[in-house]
Write a protein that binds this ligand. Structure first.
Ligand SMILES: NC(=O)c1ccc[n+]([C@@H]2O[C@H](COP(=O)([O-])OP(=O)(O)OC[C@H]3O[C@@H](n4cnc5c(N)ncnc54)[C@H](O)[C@@H]3O)[C@@H](O)[C@H]2O)c1
Length: 252
């Protein structure tokens, strides 16, 4: 059975911890040790307050569900310690230097970096953008103003422009734009809207290219315990972990 380490024991990690059929959570690490202890209580994993000790454990794969800063600090060390890594805070890879050094570290140790679909769908087939022309790639995300740290009583456009600039201004909120860029190999045009009447975070993905047109709108339900995180993001990691050992691989 796949042996998993959790780097970050917040919301997403708590959802994963409750559905571990097909894999085993062996170790967990968080800056806030009590969170690692909560995960340990649910899963029987060993909780760590030191990353250096955590990464010495016998693990196949580490799931990062912490922060962009945690990816900068720990992702390369995970690969150097010969573990695969799932990066949920994919906004970190907007930094080309980090992306290249992680790619080099993975090549050197023969390990893999997994970017889950996170809070969107359709990411897998958008890889056709690497071999075929895409003329338009727009992500229109609408969120509650509170989750963007903004106060407004009416719907407003808070950002319009390139994904890498958007992630610098809203590092917790626009991971999906960077995931789209990595999948397609194209720059993403981002519109970020704040809407106080919004019940569910919404992502619209609009793509035009030689293949035809693609329009996808996803309305995410929040995690049961925390409205700031999309439930789908946690489900995407659980699905990824459950399918690692399945010989039938679905999607492009
Ligand atoms: N790719 C996507 O579509 C997508 C979707 C949802 C969330 N995310 C990202 O996933 C991450 C986790 O989301 P969440 O809702 O579980 O967040 P959360 O805030 O509930 O939990 C994050 C946990 O990680 C810990 N942490 C943060 N930085 C750390 C560090 N440097 N070292 C160790 N622990 C650290 C925190 O103490 C916290 O317990 C966030 O970065 C979020 O932006 C991405």
């Amino acid at each position: 059975m796949i042996k998993v380490g959790l780097l970050g024991c917040g919301n997403v990690a708590h959802v994963i911890a409750r559905d571990t059929e097909g894999f085993e959570i062996k170790a967990c690490f968080d800056l806030m040790h009590e969170r690692a202890e909560e995960i340990a209580e649910i899963t029987g994993a060993e909780p760590f307050s030191s990353f250096e000790e955590f990464i010495q454990e016998d693990l196949d794969i580490v799931v990062e569900a912490a922060s962009v800063a945690a990816v900068h600090e720990f992702a390369e060390k995970v690969l150097d310690n010969e573990k695969d890594i799932v990066i949920l805070s994919v906004g970190a890879l907007a930094d080309p230097e980090l992306k290249n050094s992680l790619r080099d570290a993975a090549k050197k140790t023969g390990r893999s970096i997994y970017i889950p679909s996170g809070a969107i769908m359709g990411l897998d087939n958008l890889k056709i953008g690497r071999i075929s022309n895409i003329s338009k790639l727009l992500l229109r995300s609408t969120k509650n103003p509170r989750s963007l740290g903004i106060e407004t009583d009416k719907k407003m456009l808070v950002f319009s422009g390139r994904a890498d600039e958007c992630i610098r201004r809203f590092p917790k909120n626009i991971n999906v734009a960077i995931a789209l860029e990595l999948a397609t190999g194209h720059d993403v045009e981002v519109e970020l809207w704040a809407d106080p009447a919004l019940k569910r975070n919404t992502h619209e993905i609009i793509v035009e290219g030689d293949f035809g047109n693609f329009n996808l709108k996803i309305e995410n339900k929040p995690c049961p315990d925390n409205p700031a995180t999309s439930y789908l993001a946690a489900l995407s990691i659980i699905t990824l972990l459950k399918n690692l050992e399945d010989p039938i691989k679905i999607g492009t």
